[in-house]
Design a protein around this ligand. Structure first.
Ligand code: GLU
Length: 386
């Protein structure tokens, strides 16, 4: 096991290389019993401004719309009915963004509001639009403040919680780290609000059952998350090669201290190298329409050599898909080893499977591509597992 100083060094190294940061701020950090916690929003905005002035690009994913709306309406609990919940979010979001805007303006920075639903990211075109918009804001040195579009989001198009949304944004924007600020100082082995002897886990290398069990015992109060959704988010970022930190959002200068490399909160180490965002999008955001069963040779070429999937390596075609659709890549014993975007429809793939690429033209009449799935459009599960 790594000693404390190894851990500090390890994370200090990561923070030193960060060019783009996603910081998620939870509802419990942003609100008090009386509404928005302006003091905390001021403090976080100041820290963001300091980081930006040192050349770091910052994207904020902020909760707090519902919590703030609930306080505005003086409700005791979150409404259960959907229209009420959506109305509460609308009521809270306006004040939330206004507070950020005022707080950032004190440091010469501007805020922009981005409200997303998950269907906005699962379509490649809209995904690229969202990415371009956020990139433009960053170029303009404006702070994008992202939240789920709670007033229109219904179950089928929901991210579910902002921990997940923040992980998606981290992948979408190819960020170097996700800092998840919450009302607890990190992941503990028990709920520290109820157990005095709870101890902080400084670093997590692999998210196994024990980590999930710890997290499961620590629910959230106001937001929808709790620790479990944070762990799920960490799994996604770690699988994409991006670290995540859970830390206490109300701690003084928490972001600045983390960037100094201080050993605060829980650091989730990334698994391997950072995947290109396109590959993460393929792995995490696309709905698969079918599957390609591949032989051992193709499996080896893709997993160990980063190769494309050629027709010769395809044994079977499952499902009905069109060109550009997402399919699972499976072994003959039905294990999913990857996800990719196909260059050929299911019908055409079935006709060329098992053939050499040079034979495609004689079967289909033309050969627009050598590969059925090009390596740029292929995310192997071992590198990007969920
Ligand atoms: N989008 C919700 C809000 O702004 C928060 C959801 C969450 O915290 O997970 O209130």
């Amino acid at each position: 096991m790594a000693g404390k100083s190894d851990i500090s060094e390890h994370r200090a190294e990561h923070f030193k290389t960060v060019k783009r940061l996603v910081v998620k701020v939870g509802s419990n950090v942003l609100t008090t019993e009386n509404g928005l916690n302006t003091r905390v929003i001021n403090s976080i905005s100041r820290q963001i401004a300091v980081l930006m002035d040192s050349g770091i690009e910052v994207i904020v994913v902020s909760s707090g719309a519902m919590a703030s709306g609930i306080r505005k309406m003086e409700f005791k609990t979150r409404p259960v009915e959907v229209p009420q919940r959506q109305a509460i979010a609308a009521l809270g979001q306006s004040g939330l963004i206004m507070t950020y805007e005022k707080a950032l303006a004190k440091h010469g920075k501007k805020a922009a509001q981005i409200l997303l639903t998950s269907d906005g990211l699962s379509n490649r075109k809209r995904y690229l639009n969202a990415r371009n918009t956020i990139n433009t804001l960053i170029e303009w040195k404006v702070v994008p403040i992202v939240n789920e579009n709670d007033t229109v989001a219904v179950e089928e198009i929901k991210f579910g919680d902002n921990d997940n949304l923040a992980a998606m944004i981290t992948l979408l924007m190819d960020a170097d780290i996700l800092v998840n600020l919450t009302d607890i100082d990190g992941l503990f082995d028990k709920d520290p609000r109820e157990n005095k002897d709870a101890s902080l886990i400084h670093e997590v290398a692999t998210i196994g059952k024990n980590i999930e069990n710890y997290a499961g015992s620590i629910p959230g109060a106001l937001g929808t998350g709790g620790m479990l959704t944070k762990i799920k988010a960490a799994k996604k970022t770690a699988a994409a090669g991006i670290p995540m930190v859970i830390a206490g959002g109300v701690k003084k200068d928490i972001l600045l201290k983390l960037f100094e490399g201080r050993d605060l909160g829980t650091f989730f180490s990334p698994k391997g190298e950072k995947l290109k965002s396109r590959k993460c999008w393929i792995a995490f955001n696309t709905k698969t329409r079918g599957a390609l069963i591949v032989d051992k040779g193709a499996q080896k070429a893709m997993t160990t050599k980063g190769g494309s999937l050629l027709p010769i390596g395809i044994a079977e075609v499952e499902g009905k898909f069109g060109k550009g659709d997402s399919v699972e890549i499976k072994t003959r014993d039905n294990a999913v080893i990857g996800v990719g975007l196909v260059n050929y429809s299911s019908e055409d793939t079935a006709r060329i499977k098992g053939l050499k690429s040079s034979e495609i033209k004689s079967v289909l009449g033309s050969k627009p591509y050598d590969a059925v799935v090009h390596r740029d459009n292929l995310a192997m599960t071992d590198a990007c597992s969920m």
